[in-house]
Design a binder for this molecule. Structure first.
Ligand code: NAD
Ligand code: ZN
Length: 360
């Protein structure tokens, strides 16, 4: 029964609204242990030399660490950040604040966990392996779609696998949603990360794990995605709506699962380093067999925004790379079970996956 009735954490505090970033100083003040226990801001380096850095409420021995989102987060990167913080300070930080997209949000979650848990981050990739309460951690998204701001996972590339640290301790203690922070996102990136949200909805709503809890969030998120990507709405309104779509999409999969596109995108990510958002899009376009209505909507969205997906991504793979990709994808068992039901192994085969990958 404990499997059936899972007791999920939710983000206990959230601030919403344009300009709400200005409340960060007050929010953090009450969480400062003392002047020697800093707030550590992990910030996407796309904000280097921008006004956002000046608006960060840095006092005492707080530190801003700029990090590139070029590569998705790695377990070694988390371990290195943790060692550095332990070396530079006598005290554990008062808080870790992630400012950026899914990459920075996931790094902040993982660093907060690894500051209080022994060993390396790779030891905690999996489900419910975290033992100790992490450092207070705050998520501030600057691009919308992943749902990383609400989820109980932090997806890391490890030495052996790309897998999340899924735990009750992973979820942020505080999230700040300020739609104005997403103003400078480049169009294609906006689309790819936004489609991550759209695909979360489609996979959740068409999955066998669906229940009224997930459905209520998934339907709301899908409705918002359609407004954002298929209608002509004001840009500022669009930013607000996509931020909330991401939140609801993330909530929808909390009590269900993602599906075929995510399983296969993990394979692309592991072997070719293809990033999550674009990887999902590359796969999803060829999934009409599994998500017929979703793929029609997706193609309309591509067309409306004149997005041209890259071609030939898998054309130079060796046999063994292709095999690894298929193995990684098939390893995501809960995703397949959600997508296709208990008998998924009789429906999806390595051959079938290969045929799809070859089209990409
Ligand atoms: P990202 O964080 O990798 O950022 C994508 C690009 O957008 C980067 O170049 C970044 O610098 C840029 N960017 C971000 N904000 C910007 C802004 N305001 N202005 C200009 N540029 C900006 O992208 P993402 O799609 O948000 O995140 C992908 C990551 O999220 C992957 O690592 C994936 O595994 C992870 N993910 C996590 C979860 C979860 O639940 N934890 C869910 C889905 C995806
Ligand atoms: Zn996703």
């Amino acid at each position: 029964a404990s499997q059936e009735y899972r007791n999920f954490p939710m983000v206990p505090r959230v601030v919403y609204g344009k300009g709400s970033f200005n409340t960060l100083g007050d929010i953090l003040m009450s969480k400062r242990k003392h002047s020697e226990a800093p707030m550590i801001y992990l910030v996407d380096d796309v904000f280097e030399n921008t006004d956002l850095l000046n608006r960060i409420p840095k006092i005492f021995c707080d530190q801003i660490i700029l990090i590139s989102a070029e590569d998705e987060p790695k377990t070694q990167q988390v371990d290195a950040l943790v060692s550095m913080l332990k070396e530079n300070y006598n005290e554990l930080p008062s808080g870790i604040i992630g400012i950026g997209g899914g990459t920075l949000l996931d790094l902040a979650k993982a660093v907060a966990i690894m500051l209080t848990n022994k060993g390396g981050a790779a030891e905690y990739q999996g489900w419910d392996l975290v033992k100790k309460q992490p450092i207070y951690h705050v998520g501030i998204p600057t691009i919308s779609g992943t749902g990383a701001e609400v989820s109980r996972t932090t997806v890391l590339m490890g030495p052996e696998k790309k897998l999340g640290i899924n735990s009750d301790y992973t979820t942020f203690d505080q999230v700040l949603l300020d739609p104005d922070l997403t103003v400078g996102v480049p169009k294609e990136q906006w689309f790819y990360t936004g489609m991550d949200c759209f695909i979360h909805c489609v996979e959740s709503l068409n999955g066998t794990f669906l229940n009224a809890f997930s459905k209520s969030y998934g339907e709301k998120s899908l409705e918002l995605c359609k407004e954002v990507f298929l209608e002509d709405i004001d840009e500022s309104e669009s930013r607000e709506k996509l931020m909330m779509a991401s939140w609801h999409g993330g909530m929808s999969i909390a009590y269900s699962q993602v599906g075929v596109a995510h399983a296969m995108s993990y394979g692309l990510g592991y072997v070719l380093g293809v990033k999550h958002g674009i990887g999902n899009c590359l796969v999803f376009q060829f999934l009409e067999e599994f998500y017929p209505e979703g793929v029609v909507l997706f193609n309309n969205m591509l067309k409306k925004h004149k997005i041209v997906l890259p071609k030939g991504v898998c054309s130079n793979l060796t046999e063994s790379e292709m095999d690894t990709m298929i193995t990684v994808a098939l390893g995501m068992e809960p995703l397949w079970e959600n997508a296709l039901g208990e008998n998924w192994k009789s429906i999806i085969t390595a051959q079938k996956l290969k045929a799809i990958y070859q089209k990409i």
